[in-house]
Design a binder for this molecule. Structure first.
Ligand code: PEP
Ligand code: MN
Length: 276
């Protein structure tokens, strides 16, 4: 039965899917997605967009609609945030990934974004999954914080079975008894996903750890685990950020990290290359 699933690696005869987002392809080479947790204002987002582009990022992330734990926290700029993201794309050429939480926003978000993000809290929002499945826009499907691999894959199936083949998975940490880190990054799920599906999979070490000091090591570990990319939250001044302060890298830190990731990626290709 599992081999009949649309996401199954056997279904495509072991051919892996590459998902195009604007001019960029996820699943061939290593993808760097970076940007603010939330779009705060034009200056903040444009500063970040130019800096991450210069550092080598391929896609700009940024939340306009934010799934906050408390209704009293900043909820995002909404459509104004989308306008700012589209200005950032215009200036830098970077494609945009942004979260969608509501089926009523699909037309609006489609106009501005190059890729929909479905967040951890909405992974099993089946109505939302089916509706984005009816579009042809790429979808970044984050793992639910308490979802098993099978539950996560089934959510990808909801999108695929509606006719949208452009799905990328994102591991963002799961809930365990550990409280030092915000979540527990399940690195072993990366090769596991690759073993059973043909879909690209990336890692979000920012939400997985909740601590900026741990992000670099987890990025390098994600490369070693076979991830197709990483998504990182950055900010010009993390202490002043409106959301997720503790996990944000500065723009200079991001720049240094990109160089290490590139080295690690080359080293891993070397280590794993078949010997002749
Ligand atoms: C995010 O990436 O903006 C986010 C809210 O992450 P998650 O859904 O993984 O918590
Ligand atoms: Mn965040």
């Amino acid at each position: 039965m599992d081999d009949l699933k649309l996401s199954s690696l056997k279904k495509t005869n072991f051919k892996r899917t590459v998902v195009s987002v604007g001019e960029h392809s996820i699943g061939s080479g290593f993808t760097l997605i970076a940007g603010p947790c939330t779009v705060e204002n034009e200056t903040q987002t444009l500063t970040i967009a130019h800096a991450v582009k210069k550092a080598g990022a391929n896609i700009l992330r940024g939340g306009a609609f934010k799934p906050r734990t408390s209704p009293y926290s900043f909820q995002g700029l909404g459509s104004e945030g989308l306008e700012i993201l589209s200005q950032a794309r215009k200036e830098t050429g970077l494609p945009i990934v942004t979260e969608i939480m509501d089926t009523r926003h699909i037309a609006m978000v489609s106009e501005y974004a190059d890729m929909f993000q479905i967040g951890s809290r909405n992974m099993q929002n089946f109505t939302l999954l089916k509706e984005v499945g009816k579009t042809d826009k790429p979808v970044l499907l984050k793992r639910g914080m308490n979802a098993t691999l099978e539950e996560w894959i089934n959510c990808a199936e909801y999108i695929l079975s509606e006719g949208n083949p452009h799905v990328v998975l994102c591991e963002r940490g799961i809930r365990t008894f550990e409280t030092y880190t915000r979540n527990t990054l399940d690195l072993s799920i990366i090769p596991a996903v690759k073993e059973i599906t043909h879909l690209p999979v990336i890692v979000d070490p920012s939400h997985a750890t909740g601590r900026a000091s741990l992000v670099e090591r987890m990025c390098l570990a994600a490369v070693a685990a076979g991830s197709d990319g990483i998504m990182i939250e950055v900010h010009p001044n993390p202490k002043e950020a409106l959301c997720d302060r503790d996990q944000l890298l500065t723009l200079a830190e991001f720049d240094g990290l990109v160089q290490k990731i590139q080295k690690m990626y080359r080293a891993m290709n070397d280590i794993l290359a078949p010997s002749v």
